[in-house]
Design a protein around this ligand. Sequence first.
Ligand code: SF4
Ligand code: SF4
Length: 381
Amino acid sequence: MKRIKKYAWIFDALSHVSIATKTRALKHFISGEKKYMIKGKKGDIDAIIKCSLCPNMCKFDCPTFNASKNESLSPAGKAHLAYIFEKGEYDESIVKAIYECCSCDACKEWCFFDYSLADLLRGVRQDVVEEKAVPDDIMEIASGLIERKTMGERRLKEREGKILYFAGCTVQDEAMGIAKAMMKIFDSIGEEYAVLGEEWCCGYPLYNLGFIKEFKQFAKHNADVFKKYSMIVCSCPTCTYVFKQIYPDMGFKINAVIMHSTEYLARMVEEGKINVENLAMDAVYHDPCKLARRLKIMEEPRYLLRYAVNLKEPYFSREETRCCGRGGQLARIDEEISKKIAEQRKEELKSVATDIVTACPSCKIALNAYDIAEIVAMGLK
Ligand code: SF4
Ligand code: SF4
């Protein structure tokens, strides 16, 4: 019934044409779905077809398109290539394009179907993995993580405590200043916090690259480790998102309260456990994509920053933020495009204030910014 209603306009349109045209149009329409749909795929073929036929309404805000000026790397362009892959008519350049996305969800903000290309491409990548068509450099990222359980070096020392501080791979490997700031704040509160000696990655890179079976092993391990804690504080929005939403969606429920560092710090300020003085600096806040778009955490960072700095807003902010270029492992998959995206965003932010503050280790690195935890630690009274 719903289907008849949906296509009712066709009957109205056909009422004005000859019988021969009616017959031909109906024949094409009825055979159309059978001809173009591909069965048995993890990729959402129906959505991919719709997206690839769309006038690319969202492409003006797609960072990979803006940085490359390559139509194939626009949302509808990638959907088109994804469809070609699913039809089995692909080469390595097509598979590579399926991974050229920083998972920012900017397309979803503008899409009238509410599609996120990041989500659509993730389904297709599962088919890429099943087909054993993963390009070598991407296979290296996945197999390195599967083997070492972390994306880089682990630098934090194990300690016992009631709540768990989960720094995440990027903080431990490239942004230890964030961990040091968090530990300074925990100490000033007198919080009994734990740190894992063998912290495993949340597994997001595997989830994102299409290695779902392996991702579930990470989810199971972490969900087991988390059982002894009442609260987990994460510095990385992606870890927070994975623990809060993806693990439970995949059947790995976590009973501990999961908090992004900005949620935790805002609560501590509200409860009077930390006092922050104003550092008398002009700073512009960059909303990380996952924090603003997936977790809807936009008030807590601003609440904290209003205490500590003279807060400025960029033109593209909150859910309409712009990606830093490092999302979706793009910094490893296509360093050149990732850097271009970062430069474009940095320029926008620098036109508002000299100092940039954010709440994500990847954005911090890409934009050469402060993390809010570092600002709070600097302003501790
Ligand atoms: S994501 Fe939505 S708006 Fe963008 S090209 Fe696809 S269907 Fe069109
Ligand atoms: S998620 Fe971001 S990078 Fe990927 S297609 Fe959408 S707008 Fe482009």
